[in-house]
Design a protein around this ligand. Structure first.
Ligand code: ZN
Length: 416
């Protein structure tokens, strides 16, 4: 038995998975499809070589359990599903690194606490437009009425797609019992952004996932002839909306978050008319709930000011929101330590994208993530990549974090 961690094997296995489930356009492991089932079978074959118990829960999440001296559990999570034409690392890096950690821990004898790897089902939401399916069913946050009505491009409902892979939609929340003994949760992931790349650092400790406020803002003025209407007589809905563009940069700058106007639609939308109605969408994100609320309040106040200046009306409609999910300070410190011991220097950063870790965190399980640098700062694309040297370092640092977290739980740390 080999009791030494082998990060090179992780990179080899990731390439194996890529060859098995990708094509010339990238990864094709969309959840609940035959390619995803094939990826799962590959994962189960790897786990079959270990002394772990494997089962799928009511939501289709795959669990591999290595029993320890204590029933209290350290969870390591990831997702083997991908977006269509996805990258070779998003989600599966952690699953494959998790298998390697289970191998290393199992080879050293019975661990002090129970260690479990979970492959969450349908993290990406690529087919039904709703991400974090398996982890939100498990955390209890999944909105059953909303999920029941989801339909894919071919008219297949989510419950029908689940039935095809042996999952009963009405029972998915029974997966929640899997968290009963969870003391802590760890997730390794590629950064999917350019922060670590720009700093020239391989690894970072994640502070939490951003809270998100997503709104539609509609300005209503009056359509008028573009030739006959003097400039100062216009009630131009587009002018008021356009003033929001530089304003959100100032707001993001003031509070340290990010703001995006991602769409703009005008009515009547013809070249010879002043705009009567202009609908824009605003997405605001921040790790601090007070700062997020302040960014939203500032944007609202600005929209009302611009509406008054232009003699138009303004209406707000919330599309979606989620609270910020700050990770556990003790685990962030352990993550920092593990990174410093492996590569000399660490950096703390928030996560812009959501991850399954947001759901375990929301369910009250102390959680932390580790990020590894993304080349080009790009993901959800076949050009997604990370230097192999950095991948190997991430596996080594994450393994150290797992050991530290096990010791922390064994000493009484984590959720009880
Ligand atoms: Zn992911």
């Amino acid at each position: 038995m080999n009791a030494t961690l082998n990060p090179v094997r992780v990179v080899q296995e990731l390439k194996e998975l890529r060859a098995l489930t990708g094509d010339e356009n990238g990864a094709q492991r969309v959840a609940f499809t035959p390619v995803w089932v094939k990826a799962r079978a590959w994962l189960k074959a790897k786990l079959a070589e270990l002394t772990v118990e494997v089962h799928e829960d009511a939501a289709g999440n795959l669990w591999a359990t290595l029993r320890g001296e204590s029933e209290r559990e350290l969870l390591i999570g990831g997702h083997i599903d991908s977006v269509p034409n996805g990258g070779w690392l998003d989600g599966c890096l952690n699953v494959v690194a998790g298998v390697e950690i289970l191998r290393r821990v199992a080879a050293q004898g019975k661990p002090p606490v129970t260690v479990r790897l979970v492959d969450w089902a349908d993290e990406e939401g690529a087919r039904f437009g709703k991400s974090l399916f398996g982890s939100s069913a498990c955390s209890g946050a999944l909105d059953m009425d909303e999920a029941r009505g989801l339909v894919d491009r071919d008219g297949v409902t989510l419950p029908e797609a689940l039935r095809a892979v042996g999952i009963d939609f009405e029972r998915v929340k029974e997966s929640g019992r899997e968290l009963a003994k969870a003391a802590a949760y760890l997730e390794l992931h590629i950064e999917q952004g350019p922060v670590l790349l720009d700093l020239g650092l391989p690894l970072g400790a994640v502070l939490g996932t951003f809270g998100v406020e997503r709104h539609a803002i509609t300005f209503r003025g009056q359509a008028a002839h573009s030739g006959s209407t003097p400039m100062k007589r216009r009630r131009d809905a587009f002018l008021a909306a356009a003033k929001m563009a530089p304003e959100i940069y100032a707001i993001a700058d003031r509070h340290g978050g990010v703001c995006t106007i991602g769409s703009c639609a005008t009515k009547p939308g013809i070249v010879t008319s002043v705009v009567a109605e202009c609908r824009i969408t605003l997405d605001q994100r921040h790790l601090d709930p007070k700062a997020l609320a302040a960014m939203l309040a500032d944007a609202r106040a600005a929209s009302e000011r611009f509406a008054t200046e232009g003699g138009v009306g303004v209406e707000w409609e919330r599309i979606w929101h989620i609270e910020p999910r700050p990770f556990a300070p003790e685990l962030i410190a352990l993550c920092d330590e593990a990174i410093r011991e492996t590569v000399g220097v660490s950096h703390r950063l928030p996560s812009g994208p959501l991850h399954d870790a947001a759901e375990t965190c929301g369910a009250g399980v102390p959680t932390v993530m580790m990020f590894v640098q993304s080349l080009h700062g790009i993901s959800h694309n076949k050009i997604e990549d990370t230097k192999e040297e950095h991948l190997e370092q991430s596996v080594a640092a994450f393994d150290r974090l797992a050991s530290k977290a096990m010791a922390w739980i064994a000493a009484g740390g984590g959720r009880r």
